[in-house]
Design a protein around this ligand. Structure first.
Ligand SMILES: [Zn+2]
Ligand SMILES: [Zn+2]
Ligand SMILES: [Zn+2]
Length: 312
């Protein structure tokens, strides 16, 4: 009991002393007096914080002060999408800040807004020399290139755009035309088709090629060697003969596959006009049910779909 009283006495004493110190101390320094910066600390970079030390002039206390990252430099301002060019809802471009504070020319994607696509292109004003259209019905359209998904001159959909232009070879005329677009027909040829007629299933149709621009010539080569070739005949016979529809080459068909969603072709397999030269029993095809673009081959006796295209 005596010890307890003694302990309480000590606690009371310490508490009273403590209170008296607090009560008697000066109010805390508001650190509002001018301060001095101590050295440069760490300078920020494009993306990393920095800091510096400052000292309160009045009380001498030293603080570390955070400096915000500089952010990237030289980026382009956000821009609206147009018919043919994507926009961006954030700043984008390549950072130009160099040296220790730079980021090594980081490419900033921003937030890309897809091109809007044209509305009711007036194809009669199409410039076949540079691949451009003059304008469309969308307000403020400046024309330029059509984009994948736009409606083509023959009512199909633009499936491929090459702004540099590509050569279209033509076996019957022997000439070479320059084209900028592949237009896929609005629908499939009716039915499914073998690649070769029944008497030609192992015949070597030599000279078909896989490149973009070769589909028209391939189709002519196939029909010259096998005039009843079902897939090529279906493609060639589609629509108006003067519109020069053809069975797409291996790579032309791959471009159509890459645009499968916008073209609305997401089921079935389709023939190309390219034979497998190592084994003439086979030709290239493409399954459109899969999102993966394949190097797919199959026997010419298999029945697949045909989506005809034209180049212009
Ligand atoms: Zn202070
Ligand atoms: Zn940067
Ligand atoms: Zn437009």
């Amino acid at each position: 009991m005596k010890n307890t009283i003694k302990l309480l006495g000590i606690i009371t004493f310490v508490t009273v002393i403590g209170f008296s110190f607090t009560a008697c101390e000066d109010p805390p320094c508001p650190h509002t007096n001018s301060d001095s910066i101590l050295g440069s600390g760490v300078v920020p970079t494009c993306t990393e914080e920095g800091w510096y030390e400052r000292q309160c002039w009045a009380c001498g206390e030293i603080f570390q002060v955070t400096r915000e990252p500089f952010g990237h430099q030289g980026l382009s301002e956000p821009k609206a999408a147009t018919c043919s060019e994507p926009g961006n809802s954030a700043k984008y471009g390549t950072c130009t800040r160099t040296g220790n504070q730079g980021c090594g020319g980081t490419v900033i994607a921003g937030t890309v807004i897809a091109a809007l696509g044209h509305q009711n292109i007036n194809w009669t004003s199409y410039n076949a020399t540079n691949g451009k259209i003059s304008a469309c019905e969308r307000a403020n359209c400046a024309g330029g290139f059509a984009i994948v998904g736009d409606t083509g001159p023959k009512g199909g959909k633009i499936a491929y755009v090459n702004r540099e232009g590509f050569d279209v070879t033509n076996s019957s005329g022997g000439g070479t035309d320059k084209a900028y677009y592949l237009e896929a027909a609005p629908g499939d040829a009716v039915g499914t088709f073998t690649w070769a007629s029944s008497s030609k299933v192992t015949a070597d149709i030599s000279g078909t090629k896989g490149e973009i621009g070769e589909g028209l010539r391939n189709t002519q080569v196939i029909l010259a060697a096998d005039s009843d070739a079902p897939a090529a005949l279906a493609a060639n016979g589609y629509g108006n003969p003067s519109d020069s529809w053809f069975l797409p080459s291996e790579n032309e068909l791959k471009e159509m596959h890459k645009a499968r969603i916008i073209l609305g072709i997401t089921t079935g397999s389709y023939w190309s006009s390219t034979q497998v030269d190592d084994d003439p029993s086979y030709a290239f095809n493409q399954p459109f049910s899969s999102s993966t673009t394949f190097d797919s081959v199959d026997y010419k006796t298999r029945t697949y779909r045909v989506r005809t295209v034209r180049a212009f």
